[in-house]
Design a protein around this ligand. Structure first.
Ligand code: KIV
Length: 262
């Protein structure tokens, strides 16, 4: 999947499917499922590192996980998520750090923010770095919002988000993630942009959807937003397997002859 192919999906009215992954094993599984794009999300701060939010995730950590995913993925578009303070302080930081993602094997980067980030997005795209925007409930601004709250319910904020989306498109972003916003607003943004919108908690009218892998697999259940649908219950399966293993070792049933060398 290339950036032009990704964008063509919108023109062809075909849904784009994106999930996060953080390692080679899951990158391969995601690709085997035919998923078109993998986001190495800074959500790894929460689901892999066990932190309360994404703010402490570093560039080095993101690059490590990006290398694992990009090294394993053969067909999917790999998007590296720029962590907090890797692009906010200035153009030069943003360009250098975005470049490091591409050197680690990503095909594109994602950053949070609207019109305020438009110049930065333009600077990156002008040197050949594809950028995905991210609007709505942007997790790196969790403290400004006072928690993980739906954005754009009131008309002035909804208008601002629509302008942000247009600013990102004008700056050259190849797509934009819309997170936790009313269905009607996400629909309006999707209709008014020529670039694809990828929704997460933004309803069914977006051009594609993204979910955090461990949420959709039912592995992470500490904080499950309304927009998550668990398509499997891997935490329950893992618990059951581990309890059985413990029990069988305690009872002398494992290892049996079948698992032993003679
Ligand atoms: O970090 C992440 O996984 C994300 C997605 C939830 C869009 O930004």
């Amino acid at each position: 999947m290339t950036i032009p192919e990704f964008q063509q999906h919108k023109r062809d009215n075909k849904k784009l499917i994106v999930v996060t992954a953080y390692d080679a094993l899951f990158a391969r599984i995601v690709e085997q499922a035919g998923i078109q794009a993998i986001l190495v999300g800074d959500s790894l701060g929460v689901v892999v590192q066990g932190k309360a939010n994404t703010l402490s995730v570093t560039m080095d950590e993101m690059l490590y996980h990006t290398k694992l995913v990009a090294g394993a993925a053969q067909h999917a578009l790999v998007i590296g998520d720029m962590p907090f303070m890797s692009y906010q302080a200035g153009h030069e930081d943003a360009l250098r750090n975005a470049g490091r993602f591409l050197q680690a094997g990503a095909h594109a980067v994602k950053l949070e923010g609207g019109a305020v980030m438009a110049d930065r997005v333009a600077a990156m795209t002008s040197v050949g770095i594809p950028v995905m925007g991210h609007l709505g409930m942007t997790p790196q601004s969790v403290h400004r919002y006072g928690g993980y709250k739906v954005q754009g319910k009131k008309s002035d904020r909804a208008q601002a988000l629509l302008s942000d989306a247009k600013a990102l498109e004008a700056a050259g972003a190849f797509a934009v993630v819309l997170e936790a916003m009313p269905v009607k607003l996400a629909k309006a943004i999707t209709e008014q942009l020529t670039i694809p919108t990828i929704g997460i908690g933004a309803g069914p009218h977006c051009d594609g959807q993204v979910l955090v892998l461990y949420d959709l697999l039912g592995l992470f259940d500490e904080f499950v937003p309304k927009f998550v649908k668990p398509y499997a219950h891997l935490k329950a399966d893992a618990l059951q397997a581990l309890r059985r293993y413990k029990e069988e070792v305690e009872q002398g049933k494992f290892p049996s002859d079948a698992e032993s060398y003679h």
